[in-house]
Design a protein around this ligand. Structure first.
Ligand SMILES: C[S@@+](CC[C@H](N)C(=O)[O-])C[C@H]1O[C@@H](n2cnc3c(N)ncnc32)[C@H](O)[C@@H]1O
Length: 423
């Protein structure tokens, strides 16, 4: 009988949607993080569930030609052991399988990617460990323990340099997390916002603030008090030094954000996806729902008569309004509400949705079906909720194309763009 601690030799059949190897042993399914398709490995069972087992690799006995490192040490890089070519094939295959399983009629377009497979994140969160001195860490492969970040190469190099300097400085400073956001606006000097997350307003941050102030790239240092452990950042931050504003450029647009507003972390890939949406969505009237600080809708505004942006977060809306003014756009309506509360009152030829992982509410899907938009662009960061929602939308809309987007190389995170037309 297979129990926790049992060691087995197994073959991996595929890497699943979560990036874990799927093996079979005597009719049992075993999920093994870090194992690649066709590999044979000695594994140890670490968890038994009713319908499956979870194991860790002890030794890879026959390695995939697509393996580029022994394994991954950090949860934030859970597919970094797979070659870039392997990652592109994996995401394409996983997407194709998910759509085929539901028998959707669809055309799979080429995956969107670029050559920036490392140092692409313009925003990164580090966890603080304090044992007399401050060190910045990330969660290990089990996502339970904090680990050294030596091999971490997904964040922008400007951010990684600041982190390296903090770790080398032996600062006597206790705090919870530090969040960095960098912008390389045109050819200006890089500009960085640093947000210090603390449990209590009483935490004295003098040591870290004085240290960070010496870095000429840092334009703003903020404090954010952790109120809800589920979220990294809560509400508004307080400025401790400099300004809480960064400028980015997306095609012809200037976009301003602050430390708590939403912006995709991989700007060059996001731009490619937005351009594909823009090319397809061309209509007189467009609704961009879940619009963040407005990037997609503002891009679409140049060829539309009227664009309505719907966004729930007040902070995002305040920057969206600044972005409308900054780009001299006079065909934009900004709505600060939840999409599910307001969409039934609005009309447009085309709809863009880019929701959080949870996807679209069932009641909202019904409204979208009733509205019979000519076109819909659905950008999703969760393949499972996307498929769930498309099962409802496909009653009224046909899928024109499905495009996998390799937004987060080195990780198992999947971004997908689906373009739909009214039947
Ligand atoms: C994945 S982001 C997309 C942002 C934007 N489209 C972009 O590409 O930068 C999702 C956005 O939806 C907003 N949001 C979350 N729930 C919402 C809701 N129920 N109605 C409207 N906006 C919502 C979030 O604040 C966030 O800005």
């Amino acid at each position: 009988m297979v129990t926790v601690g049992s060691q087995l030799t197994v073959k991996c059949h595929e890497v699943d949607i979560l990036g874990q190897g799927v093996c079979r042993f005597e009719g049992l399914v075993i999920f093994v993080k870090g194992m690649l398709a066709e590999e044979v490995a000695q594994i140890e069972i670490i968890q038994t569930k009713k319908r499956f087992l979870v194991a860790k690799i002890i030794k890879v006995l026959s390695a995939s030609p697509q393996r580029v490192s022994q394994g991954f040490q950090l949860g934030a890089m859970d597919l970094s052991h797979l070659s870039i070519e392997g990652q592109l094939n994996w995401q394409t295959q996983v997407t194709k399988n998910a759509f085929e399983k539901e028998k959707f009629n669809f055309k799979l377009d080429n995956i969107i990617y670029d050559e920036n497979n490392v140092f692409y994140r313009q925003k990164a969160v580090f966890h603080c460990l304090y044992d007399g001195v401050l060190s910045l860490k990330l969660y290990d492969e089990t996502s339970k323990n904090l680990a050294d970040i030596d091999g971490y190469n997904l964040a922008d190099q400007i951010i990684l340099n600041i982190v390296k300097n903090i770790n080398a400085a032996n600062l006597s400073q206790n705090l919870t997390q530090i969040i960095f956001r960098v912008s390389h606006y045109h050819s200006h000097q890089p500009a960085v916002l640093v947000t210090l997350v603390v449990e209590s307003d009483k935490t004295n941050l003098e040591v870290i603030v004085n240290f960070l102030k010496q870095d000429p790239n840092i334009v703003g240092i903020m404090k954010n008090i952790k109120k809800n452990p589920r979220f990294i950042l809560n509400g508004q931050s307080t400025i401790l030094s400099g300004v809480n504003e960064l400028k980015y450029s997306f095609a012809d647009l200037d976009i301003i954000i602050n430390d708590t507003s939403f912006l995709q972390v991989n700007q060059s890939i996001a731009l490619k996806a937005y351009q594909k949406i823009n090319h397809f969505i061309q209509s007189d009237t467009i609704i961009d729902a879940y619009s963040g600080v407005g990037v997609i809708g503002l891009m679409a505004a140049s060829s539309a008569k009227q664009v309505t942006l719907i966004e729930d977060s007040k902070i995002n809306v305040s920057f969206m309004q600044k972005n409308v003014v900054k780009n001299n756009l006079n065909n934009i309506t900004v709505v600060n509400d939840k999409t599910e509360n307001i969409l039934h009152q609005l009309t447009a030829d085309a709809l863009i949705v880019d929701p959080p992982r949870s996807g679209l509410y069932a009641s909202l899907l019904e409204v979208i079906n009733q509205k019979r938009f000519n076109k819909i662009a659905y950008l999703s960061c969760d393949l499972m909720t996307l498929i769930r929602d498309l099962k409802v939308l496909s009653q009224t809309y046909q899928i024109e194309s499905v495009t996998p987007i390799r937004m987060f190389p080195g990780t198992s995170s999947i971004e997908t763009l689906v373009l739909l037309k009214i039947k």
